[in-house]
Design a protein around this ligand. Structure first.
Ligand SMILES: Nc1nc2c(ncn2[C@@H]2O[C@H](COP(=O)(O)OP(=O)(O)OP(=O)(O)O)[C@@H](O)[C@H]2O)c(=O)[nH]1
Ligand SMILES: C=C(OP(=O)(O)O)C(=O)O
Length: 213
């Protein structure tokens, strides 16, 4: 581990999550699918050798319990304040190197996250760095050195917004890191990369097991 990173992963209330994915997998309970995306993301983050701690920001009790079982620390979300507020809220708890990561990366490979975090340590000091999603318009990861505010600008055209705010793009070949899942087509693309076990179990043959704890 070159530097101990804390990775902040906000997760929305499951009842309101992934609306663009709703209906994409008939027979698969939507909240189970939204949870599976987050669980596979968290498992890959926890398996990343550069990551010392995972901080999940959520107000969903099911997500919180599952995240704790996966070894994450859980911080209650600022109710209905949005994704950027959730990232700020989590980052405020971190004194060292902090990375904000979206919770919809079910194909994420720990080695790709490690490579991106290692690359974020290089170059000019005191600079925030981000990784754009596969289309190059959104953001999946935003990293900041100690003492530098994260200043998240997630949302529409967030890659341009982060660049405009002074963050530098990281351009490595990290397909599983860039493959966020918003739509059924995104999920199919992630499946071609190889989904994590929870999303695989839920979507293969649409076998439905209740994930309720
Ligand atoms: N804690 C928290 N997490 C959020 C919030 N909004 C989005 N997220 C999480 O951030 C990640 C990326 O955001 P989106 O892709 O917009 O997720 P989403 O809002 O569930 O998706 P859509 O409903 O399709 O827009 C997802 O994993 C969400 O769970 C929020 O207000 N609070
Ligand atoms: C969360 C983001 O976008 P999307 O909702 O499209 O994943 C983003 O790119 O900041």
């Amino acid at each position: 581990m070159t530097q101990p990173w804390t990775v902040v992963v906000p997760v929305k209330r499951l009842a309101a999550a992934k609306t663009r994915l709703r209906g994409g997998l008939p027979g698969v309970p939507h909240q189970d699918l939204a949870l599976a995306l987050a669980v596979d993301t968290l498992a890959a983050v926890r398996a990343c050798p550069e990551v010392a701690e995972v901080l999940v920001v959520t107000n969903d009790a099911r997500v919180a319990e599952t995240a704790r079982c996966a070894g994450a620390r859980v911080l209650p979300d600022v109710a209905d304040a949005g994704l950027n507020a959730a990232f700020r809220h989590g980052a405020a708890e971190v004194a060292g190197w902090v990375a904000g990561l979206t919770a919809d990366l079910p194909a994420l490979r720990p080695a790709e996250l490690a490579a991106a975090l290692h690359t974020a340590l290089t170059g000019s000091p005191g600079v925030r760095r981000f990784v754009a999603d596969a289309p190059g318009t959104g953001t999946v990861l935003l990293a900041a050195p100690p003492g530098v505010p994260l200043h998240p600008r997630f949302g529409p055209d967030s890659a341009a917004a982060h660049a405009a705010s002074g963050a530098q793009p990281l351009t490595g070949d990290w397909p599983s890191l860039r493959r966020d899942v918003d739509t059924p087509d995104d999920l199919a693309a992630a499946a071609r990369l190889g989904l994590g076990p929870r999303t695989t179990a839920l979507t293969t043959g649409c076998l439905i097991e209740s994930f309720s704890t």
